[in-house]
Each structure stands twice: as structure tokens, then as C-alpha cells.
Design a protein around this ligand. Structure first.
Ligand SMILES: Nc1nc2c(ncn2[C@@H]2O[C@H](COP(=O)(O)OP(=O)(O)OP(=O)(O)O)[C@@H](O)[C@H]2O)c(=O)[nH]1
Ligand SMILES: [Mg+2]
Length: 224
């Protein structure tokens, strides 16, 4: 029910805003409560709060973005070694929404068996979590579109899971180069998608995109 109702809220507009760093943060998050780590969706606690999931390839910066959004240093465990997050980690934010940190996909250096297990965990979570409201699909802005990311984008579309794209690590790319990379990124998508997914550019290291992401969440959890 919630899914259908909220799906309409996810607009598919694509625009760039390079000037997102504000000196006074618009959002101050006071309360973040860790709800636990869960090996599969069936074990996650029921909730009627809207849930936003952070999904993406290993090492793309999911946990860093979560810490940045919540202005906490060690809420979600980060690491330069891919494969740090291995379970579904849930956090209650301000008793208003739930944030889900998921394991990364596509990490070559783990065993095939573990990779398949994580893949299943993510897929089942995305299909079966009733209060899942929107997926933030994180994409490393430094590299061209990877086939595994394209597969994920198309899979989300086919299964009608609402999502937006969140480009990470934009501090690592010069603005003009970033623009070119983004234009290239969307070329294959234009072949199959009528409208391009809504996209937000972020850098957890250089404070970019926090307000826009939180504005987006706010617009869904408290419309008007
Ligand atoms: N320069 C830069 N580095 C970043 C940024 N975000 C994350 N990183 C770095 O990228 C690496 C991976 O970050 P994580 O947040 O642990 O990535 P993850 O997607 O949670 O990784 P897994 O849990 O292993 O799937 C770390 O070394 C971070 O410091 C960013 O915005 N800019
Ligand atoms: Mg992580």
C-alpha cells in the first residue's frame, strides 16, 4: 500500500547543482537509533515508518554517506576495504524514518557463495520490505557506468521499486569532467528509460549534497 502511494512521489527529473555546500546546515539530526543488524529481510522488525535504503557496489561510499547525512562519525562502519557492510543495518532517524545500510554488490574478492548470499539478501530485502519507500542507488561518479549498475537500475525498474541515483565522491572529479562523465553515464539509460531517474550529486568528504538528499526525504515523508 505504502509503496504504491509513495511511488508517485518519486519524480524523475535530472538536474545538476554544483553549489550545494551551505555554511549553516538546514537540517540538524538529533536522534539516530540503531535498530540492529539483520541477516535477512524476514528478521527485520516491522515498522510503519518510511524506509530509505542505501544500495550500491562495494566501496561506493554507502556507509560514509549515511554518516555524513546523519552528521555522525561512526554510525555506519566504513572501510577502504570493500565488503565491510555484511548485513542489513537499520537506523531509526528522529522517529520519523528508517535508514537501511545494505551490503555492497559486485565485490569480486569474496567467494562466489558469499556473493550469491549477499545478492539474495539484497534482492529479497528490496522485494519484500513492506515499508521500503525509496532506494538510493549509489554510483561512483569517477567511473563510467558499470554493467552491474545498469543491471541493478533495470532490475529496480522492472520490479517497480522506486529509486533515485546518488552519485558519490564528486570531490574526486573536476566539475567539467564530472559533467562529461554524467552525460556519458546517461547515454545507455536513454535507450531504455523514457525519463531519466532523479539524480543527486554528493561528496561525504567535501560536504556536498546533504541538504538536497534530506530535502528529498522530507518531501516524501512530509509532503506539502
Ligand atoms: N574522496 C572521497 N572518498 C569517499 C567518499 N565517500 C566514501 N569515500 C571513501 O570510500 C571508501 C569506501 O567507503 P564506505 O562508505 O565504507 O563504502 P561502502 O559502500 O559502505 O562499502 P561496503 O560496505 O564495503 O559495501 C572509504 O575509504 C571512504 O573513505 C567521498 O565522498 N569522497
Ligand atoms: Mg558499507
Amino acid at each position: 500500500m505504502q509503496r504504491a502511494a509513495i511511488k508517485n512521489k518519486v519524480s524523475f527529473n535530472f538536474y545538476f547543482d554544483y553549489n550545494m555546500a551551505n555554511t549553516i546546515p538546514k537540517y540538524h539530526i538529533q536522534n539516530v537509533r540503531f535498530l540492529g543488524s539483520f541477516p535477512q529481510v524476514e528478521k527485520t522488525p516491522d515498522s510503519s515508518l518510511p524506509e530509505f535504503a542505501f544500495v550500491g557496489r562495494s566501496n561506493v561510499g554507502k556507509s560514509s554517506l549515511i554518516n555524513y547525512l546523519c552528521s555522525r562519525k561512526k554510525l555506519a562502519k566504513t572501510s577502504s576495504t570493500p565488503g565491510k557492510t555484511q548485513l542489513i543495518n537499520l537506523f531509526n532517524v528522529e522517529e520519523k524514518w528508517i535508514l537501511a545500510d545494505l551490503p555492497g554488490y559486485g565485490y569480486a574478492k569474496i567467494s562466489k557463495k558469499t556473493r550469491a548470499k549477499w545478492g539474495r539478501m539484497i534482492e529479497q530485502y528490496l522485494l519484500r520490505r513492506p515499508n521500503l519507500t525509496c532506494v538510493f542507488l549509489l554510483i561512483d561518479s569517477r567511473i563510467p557506468l558499470q554493467s552491474i549498475d545498469l543491471d541493478m537500475i533495470n532490475w529496480l525498474g522492472e520490479h517497480r521499486v522506486p529509486f533515485i541515483l546518488v552519485f558519490t565522491k564528486i570531490d574526486k572529479v573536476k566539475p567539467q569532467e564530472l559533467n562529461n562523465k554524467l552525460v556519458e553515464f546517461f547515454v545507455p539509460l536513454k535507450e531504455t528509460w523514457e525519463e531519466l531517474p532523479h539524480s543527486i550529486l554528493t561528496s561525504s568528504n567535501k560536504d556536498k549534497g546533504r541538504e538536497e538528499l534530506l530535502d528529498f526525504i522530507e518531501s516524501i515523508i512530509s509532503p506539502e
